[in-house]
Design a protein around this ligand. Structure first.
Ligand SMILES: *Cc1c(COP(=O)(O)O)cnc(C)c1O
Length: 374
């Protein structure tokens, strides 16, 4: 039994019949671009998320780019983004000539907090991109309130947290990705809702923004061959939509399986000295795109190597914070104390986490971790 970070083959085998039929229908219809399943999936996802508009596009990075384009930001405008995230969250800011203002994250949740964001506010700040890292929501009530008071847009990077639920202090519950002006997600195969190639989507409750985003994703046209603005060509393939429409039905089940696996890890590892298990906040459910430990005492690399030799794969998300990436050196404005983002890359370690993980596999992972001398 080979341990894997993710097991997409095992997941496919369980729904093979449904998926194969769904793909075959697309092949037979030959409607490879903008076929009926694209719209059907978008409608089903709107219902699932409780959002007015889902705008499918080619990938999660495009979704973020299209969101920023639709908000009408001007070159030189500042966008606040966490320094500890996947590059895409900040890359699109730079790509559009906007200034990525990188801020630190919380050392326990790995997410940006209002405290981090506050320090970065200037007269040029126009938007915030909170990233719901590893599957748990940022504290959106505080962030949304701050954004409203200062007239800032909020674009949620929900690529890792689709299906997570945030609870406001008045008891109102919202899916992550549906609270900001836009929510953006990715259907990259290993994401919690993954297709069999690339895919992504934007979510919004605003009719005007939805209209603009749809137009931008389609070469800036509403009427064919009449281009109102410079847009891009970003579509979700019909085949991918057909796959996603099947998998969406299982998303809650998948997220539950991840959450249960996480609980099992945490119950087995929480008392191991030298390890810090993930913190779950009461305001958010956690859909565990990653199960990420912090390893104390400078032992992370030694533990990773030890586990590798023992046949246990692990990953480092992320090995370099954005403020240290060469690509951003000339354009970014890192702000304030970035010590947590600077430190996490040398202490985090993500364990195998997927929908097919068995207790037996987890027992092996944990037994090997405990074998390591901290
Ligand atoms: C995966 C991911 C993206 C980008 O998604 P792609 O579909 O690969 O373009 C953006 N942000 C975060 C946090 C991600 O994990």
């Amino acid at each position: 039994m080979r341990l894997q970070m993710v097991d997409l083959q095992g997941q496919y085998q369980k729904i093979k019949n449904e998926i194969d039929t769904s793909i075959k229908n697309v092949l037979e219809s030959a409607a490879f671009v903008n076929g009926a399943p694209v719209k059907e999936f978008a409608c089903h996802l709107e219902k699932f998320m409780g959002t007015k508009h889902v705008i499918p596009c080619a990938n999660g990075t495009d979704a973020l780019q299209i969101a920023l384009m639709a908000l009408g930001l001007e070159p030189g405008d500042e966008v606040i983004v966490p320094a500890f995230t996947y590059v895409a969250s900040a890359e699109v800011i730079g790509l559009l000539g906007l200034i990525p203002v990188m801020v630190d994250v919380d050392t326990r949740t790995f997410n940006v907090t209002l405290e981090n964001i506050k320090q970065a506010l200037t007269s040029k700040t126009k938007a915030i991109i909170p990233v719901h890292l590893f599957g748990q929501s940022c504290d959106m009530e505080a962030i949304l309130d701050f954004a409203k008071r200062h007239g800032l847009f909020v674009v949620e990077d929900n690529a890792q947290a689709i299906g997570a639920i945030y609870t406001f202090s008045n008891g109102k519950r919202c899916q992550t990705g549906t609270m900001g002006d836009f929510g953006c997600t990715s259907f990259f195969p290993s994401k919690n809702l993954g297709c069999y190639g690339d895919g992504g989507a934007l979510m919004t409750n605003d009719d005007v923004l939805a209209d603009r985003a749809r137009m931008i994703a389609n070469h800036g046209q509403k009427v064919k061959y009449h281009h109102k603005v410079i847009g891009c060509n970003s579509r979700l393939d019909t085949i991918q939509a057909a796959v996603l429409d099947v998998k969406l039905k299982y998303l809650n089940e998948y997220n539950l399986a991840r959450n249960e696996a996480a609980r099992y890890y945490t119950s087995g590892l929480k008392n191991v000295e030298g390890l810090v298990t993930p913190e779950e906040k009461t305001y958010s459910t956690h859909v565990y795109h990653q199960y990420t430990l912090k390893i104390e005492g400078g032992k992370r690399d030694a533990l990773k190597k030890f586990l590798e030799e023992e046949g246990v794969p692990t990953m480092i998300y992320y090995p370099l914070p954005l403020q240290e990436q060469e690509a951003f050196r000339k354009i970014a404005r890192p702000t304030g104390d970035l010590s947590v983002s600077g430190e996490l890359p040398s202490s985090v370690l993500s364990l195998p986490m997927h929908t097919e993980l068995t207790r037996e596999q987890q027992d092996i992972v944990m037994e090997r971790i405990k074998k390591f001398v901290f």
